[in-house]
Design a protein around this ligand. Structure first.
Ligand code: BG6
Ligand code: MG
Length: 216
C-alpha cells in the first residue's frame, strides 16, 4: 500500500542538477581538466567531495586534501550564486500538481537529498512546507547508492520502506531506493536508470495514479 513518496531534490523537484553541472564545468575548465555531460552523469546523487574525486580522475597531477577542500568550496560558492536565481516558479513540470494530489490522498511526502544546500533551495522555492520530513545528509553515514538516506526519510515519516516510493534522476539514487526495499521511479533514460520499477522521461509524466498503480 502506498503511504509515502520520497523525492530526490536536484533534478527531480527542481532543475538544480543543471546548476551543479554548470558549476563543475566552470571549475574543470579553469583547472584545465576534461569534463563533459557524460562524466557529469556519474556525479548525480553523490556527495560534493566524491563528485570532486570523480572530476579529478582526469587530472594529470595529484591533489592534497587542502587543495581539494579549496576547489570544492569554490565550486560550491559558484553553485550557490546560481541557485540564488531560483524562485517558487522553478519547480519542475508536474511536481507542484503531484504534491497537491498526494496531499489530497493523505500520502506523506519526504525528501532524501545528498545536498547540504537543500535547505536554501527549499527556501528559494518556498517549498519547505510541502515536505513533512527532510532527511539531513549530515546525519547519514553512507551516501547513495547506500539506502541509508531513503530509510532515514521513511523513518522520519513513520512509514515502513515497503510502503514507500522513491523518485530519482540518478543511477546511484535508483540503486539506493531499490536497496531500501522501496518502489523506484526514475526520471531520465533507460541506459542510466534501467533498474527503476517505473521509468519516465520527465517529471511532467508523473501522476499519483501511476504511483498507486505500482502497488497493484
Ligand atoms: C546531490 C546532487 O543531490 O547533491 C549531486 O545530485 C551533489 O550532484 C550532491 O554533488 C551534494 O550537493 P551539495 O549541494 O551539498 O554540493
Ligand atoms: Mg538528483
Amino acid at each position: 500500500r502506498l503511504e509515502a513518496v520520497i523525492f530526490d531534490l536536484d533534478g527531480v523537484v527542481t532543475d538544480t542538477a543543471e546548476y551543479h553541472y554548470l558549476a563543475w564545468k566552470e571549475l574543470a575548465d579553469e583547472l584545465g581538466i576534461p569534463f563533459d555531460r557524460n562524466v557529469n552523469e556519474r556525479l548525480k546523487g553523490v556527495s560534493r567531495s566524491e563528485s570532486l574525486d570523480i572530476l579529478l580522475e582526469k587530472s594529470s597531477r595529484s591533489w592534497t586534501a587542502a587543495e581539494k577542500e579549496d576547489v570544492a568550496a569554490r565550486k560550491n560558492d559558484r553553485y550557490r550564486e546560481l541557485i540564488g536565481q531560483l524562485t517558487p516558479g522553478d519547480l519542475l513540470p508536474g511536481i507542484g500538481e503531484l504534491l497537491t494530489a498526494l496531499r489530497e490522498r493523505g500520502i506523506a511526502v519526504g525528501l532524501a537529498s545528498a545536498s547540504h544546500n537543500a535547505p536554501l533551495i527549499l527556501e528559494r522555492l518556498d517549498a519547505g512546507s510541502l515536505f513533512q520530513a527532510v532527511a539531513d545528509p549530515a546525519g547519514v553515514r553512507k551516501g547513495k547508492p547506500d539506502p541509508e538516506i531513503f530509510l532515514r526519510a521513511a523513518e522520519l515519516l513513520g512509514v515502513p520502506p515497503e510502503n514507500c516510493v522513491g523518485v530519482e534522476d540518478a543511477a546511484a539514487g535508483i540503486a539506493a531506493i531499490n536497496a531500501a526495499g522501496m518502489k523506484s521511479v526514475g526520471i531520465g533514460s533507460a541506459d542510466r536508470l534501467g533498474e527503476a520499477d517505473l521509468l519516465l522521461a520527465s517529471t511532467a509524466e508523473l501522476s499519483a495514479e501511476q504511483l498507486l498503480a505500482l502497488f497493484r
